[in-house]
Design a protein around this ligand. Structure first.
Ligand code: NAP
Length: 337
């Protein structure tokens, strides 16, 4: 009998995810019922929010329950179909979870309409939730204008690298904050950023003073904590603050800290907006109208870091917190058709 594997959440992590928090189990391959399909996962997206989903803190969607398959965004291929909507061989994406195979109602999966000539990994990164997050956060909330100064944190990461390029396309001066020389060099040499700050070896506040002498008009915030505070305290009159993520706090048990001088919102009449990419899914076509041609022409650069095999998922997830990855973090579970 053929089998499948999945990671089950066994207890809520305290701090970093550790062995025993999740368990990899092997089970008989399930059979789809009427209206259902069996999907083989090809790529699993590992996202900082996975760590939030393991926690029962108040958040934007229900946490994964103890004993459930770990939630995750994936792309896969339909192997067996008992649905009128999907046939074997169809490529689909959805919340397939940390699982080699899964059963889903055929009505709940979206067939993926791929552009010719682009790899499947593009739809798990720049043309998936990552690209949409960057586009809405930067273009709809930050809306940088020519000549304005934009700062992006986790700037060499999946979302940050795209957000910064979108601001460059609009004529802004873009400063990225990233960990390590290699990532900073990539931002300035390959992506056209106007400056980069290595937060691991530089004082972020001092570096911002040098690189943003006229202050900051737009912040695309991915990190939170002291990096966010350094940017916040340099925001200009009518500045826009797009709060995308606060990864520095995802492994902490307490509440993340906010800016030390919140009165700056009043004094500088700042607009702060937290957002979730899912809020914008109904408007995805707007973003894709720019993202698809920018990707196909090569103007918009993107990277993926692909680890192999579901067994290493917990170690792979840690990369997001150490920065030991280069681009959108994915795991490949099975070959592309
Ligand atoms: N709002 C939404 O809908 C939405 C959607 C997707 C993602 N996000 C958020 O966007 C952010 C980036 O996500 P991503 O998927 O693109 O991941 P990513 O940037 O590719 O990877 C995470 C990066 O965060 C940086 N980082 C981690 N811990 C840090 C710390 N303590 N201090 C400073 N930097 C730290 C590391 O960058 P370095 O290597 O430079 O250190 C790491 O590479 C996350 O906060 C995530 O939650 C939000």
């Amino acid at each position: 009998m053929s089998s499948m594997q999945r990671w089950i959440l066994r207890r809520r992590p305290e701090g970093e995810v550790r062995p025993g928090d999740l368990e990899l189990v092997t089970e008989p391959m399930p059979e789809p019922g009427t209206g259902e399909v069996l999907v083989r996962t090809i790529y699993l997206s590992l996202d900082p929010t996975n760590r939030l989903w393991m926690s029962d803190q108040d958040q934007y969607m229900p946490p994964v329950n103890i004993g459930e398959t770990m939630r995750g965004i994936s792309v896969g291929v339909v192997e067996t179909s008992r649905s009128d909507r999907l046939k074997p061989g169809d490529i689909v994406n959805g919340l397939g979870g940390w699982s080699t195979h899964f059963i889903a109602n055929g009505n709940h999966l979206a067939p993926l309409f791929a552009q010719q000539g682009l790899p499947l990994t593009a739809y798990m990164s720049v043309l998936g939730a990552t690209g949409l997050t960057a586009w809405y956060g930067m273009c709809d909330i930050g809306h940088p204008k020519s000549g304005e100064t934009v700062v992006v944190s986790a700037a060499a990461g999946a979302v940050g690298s795209i957000a910064g390029q979108l601001a460059k396309f609009r004529g802004a001066r873009v400063i990225g904050i990233a960990g390590g020389k290699a990532k900073c060099d990539w931002l300035t040499n390959d992506l056209g950023f106007d400056g980069a700050i290595d937060y691991k070896s530089e004082d972020v506040g001092d570096a911002l003073d040098k690189l943003c002498p006229d202050g900051i008009d737009v912040n695309f915030e991915n990190v939170g904590g002291t990096i966010m505070d350094a940017v916040f305290s340099r925001m200009n009159l009518f500045g826009r603050f797009a709060l995308c993520g606060m990864i520095a706090a995802y492994n902490d048990d307490g509440r993340p800290t906010g800016p030390t001088d919140f009165s700056r919102v009043l004094m500088k009449r700042l607009t702060i907006r937290g957002f979730l990419v899912s809020d914008f899914y109904p408007r995805a076509a707007e973003a894709m109208a720019e993202l698809i041609p920018s990707v196909t022409s090569g103007k918009l650069k993107w990277k993926v870091h692909v680890d192999q095999g579901l067994e290493g998922a917990m170690d792979s997830l840690q990369r997001l917190f150490t920065g030991n990855h280069d681009g959108k973090l994915l795991i490949q579970l099975s070959p592309e058709p």
